[in-house]
Design a protein around this ligand. Sequence first.
Ligand SMILES: Nc1nc2c(c(=O)[nH]1)N[C@H]1C(S)=C(S)[C@@H](COP(=O)(O)OP(=O)(O)OC[C@H]3O[C@@H](n4cnc5c(N)ncnc54)[C@H](O)[C@@H]3O)O[C@H]1N2
Ligand code: MOO
Length: 438
Amino acid sequence: MPSPTHVQESLAEIAARLAAYDPQALRVELAQQFIQSLLPPPQVQIRAQETVGLRQALGRVLAADVISPLNVPAHDNSAMDGYALRASDLQTEGPTRLRVLGTSLAGQTAAAEPPAGCCQRIMTGALMPAGLDTVVPQEFTHALDDGQISIPPKLLRAGDNRRRAGEDLRQGGVALAAGRRLKPADIGLLASLGLAQVQVWRRLKVAVLSTGNELCELGQNPEAGGLYDSNRYTLCALLEQLGVEVLDLGLVRDEPAALRAAFGRAAAEADAVISSGGVSVGEADHTKAVMAELGDVLFWRVAMRPGRPLAIGRIAQTDGRNCLMFGLPGNPVAVMVTFYAFVRQALLQLSGATPEPLLTLQAISNQALRKKPGRSEYQRGIVSRRADGRWQVAITGNQGSGILSSMSAANGLVVLGHEQEDVAAGELVEVWPFEGLA
Ligand SMILES: Nc1nc2c(c(=O)[nH]1)N[C@H]1C(S)=C(S)[C@@H](COP(=O)(O)OP(=O)(O)OC[C@H]3O[C@@H](n4cnc5c(N)ncnc54)[C@H](O)[C@@H]3O)O[C@H]1N2
Ligand code: MOO
């Protein structure tokens, strides 16, 4: 491998600084903190930016603040169909009578200032005529025969039903900050500013591979003792949901040359590589040796279930960047749980995204759960609303770390923290809904 262009602290040196670092029983939070410390800012890792049209911008990460080029709304306008008036014309005792001078429709220029004692018929979105500050919705008025309307007393305060220029977005202000991972509402907001394009970081590129000689490609027949490679499909789907570019390196035989070629390609072409399998203590595993040969890597046993064995490392690239290595355990549910616990947030941050709080729920456990203190546990569950409106969660059956059907049946993960002991039926537990992990 070409040597890196700069010297960086080794992973062992970083680990040595952590209090309570125990690679044989690493707390989840400490593992997360460690991974966090390996993430370079996008200016260092991603570097390139691109301009994309709004229709292509969903899920992309803003590379620069978006400064509002205009006020939204551009002018004061009416929030209701009704009559625009001066609050100072309103009587406090008894009804107010005002003469209706004309009609303002949305899209027209602002009407001239009417004299005192007059009002203007106005539609939602129409510009407020000069000098008028308040709108009375038409359903609260009575039309009188002489071209006047009557408004009951004590109905309105000055400024009611008027939308102010710039109340949504102010010209020159930061409409969306750099690091924003664009959501549907953001796309609409950018459109409301008239912006057809935005400046985003290039997509993060993530390589995926599966290791294990027992695995078989879809479309082929597994040999005796073999099984289909499902992890790569799960991982590619998880990555697509995150909006990163996926480099599928396929199924790699558990042979040093094949593994070297795959990890080498990942290092040359991708920002991160995720493998599954071969990180535990088994005999047939060359994965760990090749990871350690090509990069700087630590092999952990995390105090969690599922997902105990985990490799974390990086391979230096010729241009000074790093390719992060995530060696996930082979068991299919452990792959998903470790992805959610360690990989997802890291990839988002590596993409330039500002961290956002994870959407979690407190739900009533429908059943007693066995839990050993001293490790974090992740159980598959179905969250639903009870008749009283509170969340409840039911575990989806067999929780073996190879059982994908109970993961597929679930809509979230029950997360039982490191210190947590047995949970009694009716107790509150934390749940990560899968919707919040997309
Ligand atoms: N003596 C010990 N044995 C094991 C330990 C341990 O601490 N001591 N840990 C167990 C845990 S926990 C896990 S998780 C697994 C992880 O081991 P590996 O990462 O080395 O994974 P493999 O042995 O290669 O595979 C485990 C399991 O998963 C199946 N697998 C692997 N890749 C795929 C794939 N792409 N698609 C579908 N299924 C896959 C594989 O066939 C095995 O059944 O180790 C335990 N053992
Ligand atoms: O980490 Mo393993 O996932 O429990 O089977």
